[in-house]
Design a protein around this ligand. Structure first.
Ligand SMILES: [Zn+2]
Length: 259
C-alpha cells in the first residue's frame, strides 16, 4: 500500500488547516493545489521512510477559501500528543533552516549535511543542528496545597507551575533550585522527574518535575512573576489545559489527593 504523504504547512507561526473540518490534520490530497505556493519544502526524516514534510508558504501566498490559518499555539490540547509532536517538529525544522542559512562562525552559506538533519559550513566545517533549549517546569507541593503563580504574560486569571531555562553548566536540579529561589524565594526538596514535552515556540523541551516545599516564605520577584500563592487542591484558580505538561502535573496531583 502506498502511504500518503503529509504536509505540515506554515506561514510564520501560523498553520494551514482545512476550513469546516471536524479535526485538525495536515494537508494530504490537496497538496497539488498548494505546492506552487511553497517557498520551502523540507523532509521531516531521512530516506524513503519519510512521509512528512514541513512546508513554508510565501508570505503573500493565498491558499484559497477552503483553508484558514490558525496559530500553532492553538493546537495545544486540540490535537493528540503524537500529532502535536509532528506539527512541532515541522515548525522547528522550518525555523532551524531559516535561521541557519549562513554559518554563525564565519558567515559563509551553509549546505545540507549528507546524512544527518544538519547544515554544514563548507568554509570552516562547523555543523549546525536544530537548536533545542531545555527548560525545567516544577509543581511544588506542601501537603494538600500546591504553589501556583502567574506571569504578566499569562491569560487573565490563569495560574501555573514555575518554569525556567537551563543555563550553561547547570544540572536540571541546579536550575530548579536557582529558578525557585529567584522567582519566589523559597527552597525545595525531594525533586522527582514527572515527564517531558516538546514545546516548539520556537524550540524548547519542557522537563517536568514534582518537588516538595522545604522552607521559606513566598516573596515574588515582581518581574517574571506577578503573583504566587499556596492553593488547596480543592480550590484551584484557572489552570493550563491538559495539552500542557503544567496542566497534567496539576491534575495528576489533584487525582492523587482525591483518591
Ligand atoms: Zn563557517
Amino acid at each position: 500500500m502506498v502511504r500518503e504523504n503529509t504536509y505540515f504547512i506554515f506561514q510564520g507561526s501560523r498553520v494551514l488547516v482545512r476550513k469546516d473540518s471536524p479535526e485538525i490534520s495536515p494537508v494530504t490530497k490537496e497538496w497539488p493545489i498548494l505546492e506552487p505556493l511553497a517557498e520551502s519544502i523540507l523532509p521531516l526524516g531521512k530516506g524513503p521512510e519519510n512521509t512528512g514534510y514541513a512546508v513554508g508558504l510565501h508570505s503573500e501566498a493565498n491558499p484559497g477559501a477552503d483553508f484558514e490559518w490558525i496559530p500553532l499555539r492553538s493546537l495545544v490540547g486540540r490535537v493528540d500528543d503524537e500529532s502535536f509532536k509532528l506539527w512541532g517538529k515541522a515548525a522547528q525544522t522550518l525555523h532551524w533552516r531559516k535561521t541557519n542559512r549562513f554559518c554563525g562562525g564565519c558567515g559563509a552559506e551553509t549546505v545540507d549535511h549528507p546524512s544527518e538533519q544538519a547544515r554544514v559550513c563548507p568554509a570552516c566545517s562547523l555543523t549546525w543542528y536544530p537548536r533545542i533549549s531545555p527548560c525545567v517546569i516544577v509543581l511544588i507541593i506542601r501537603g494538600e496545597e500546591m504553589l501556583l503563580a502567574r506571569s504578566p504574560r499569562f491569560t487573565e486569571g490563569m495560574y501555573s507551575t514555575l518554569a525556567g531555562f537551563v543555563e550553561p553548566g547547570e544540572s536540571l536540579e541546579a536550575t530548579l533550585h536557582r529558578e525557585i529561589a529567584e522567582e519566589v524565594a523559597i527552597t525545595i526538596t525531594n525533586i522527582r522527574y514527572f515527564g517531558s514535552q516538546p514545546w516548539p515556540f520556537p524550540g524548547q523541551l519542557m522537563l517536568g518535575f514534582i518537588a516538595d516545599y522545604a522552607a521559606g516564605e513566598i516573596r515574588i520577584d515582581g518581574v517574571e512573576i506577578s503573583d504566587a500563592g499556596w492553593y488547596h487542591f480543592r480550590h484551584l484558580p484557572m489552570i493550563p489545559g491538559v495539552g500542557t505538561i503544567a496542566g497534567r502535573m496539576i491534575r495528576w496531583q489533584v487525582d492523587r489527593l482525591t483518591v
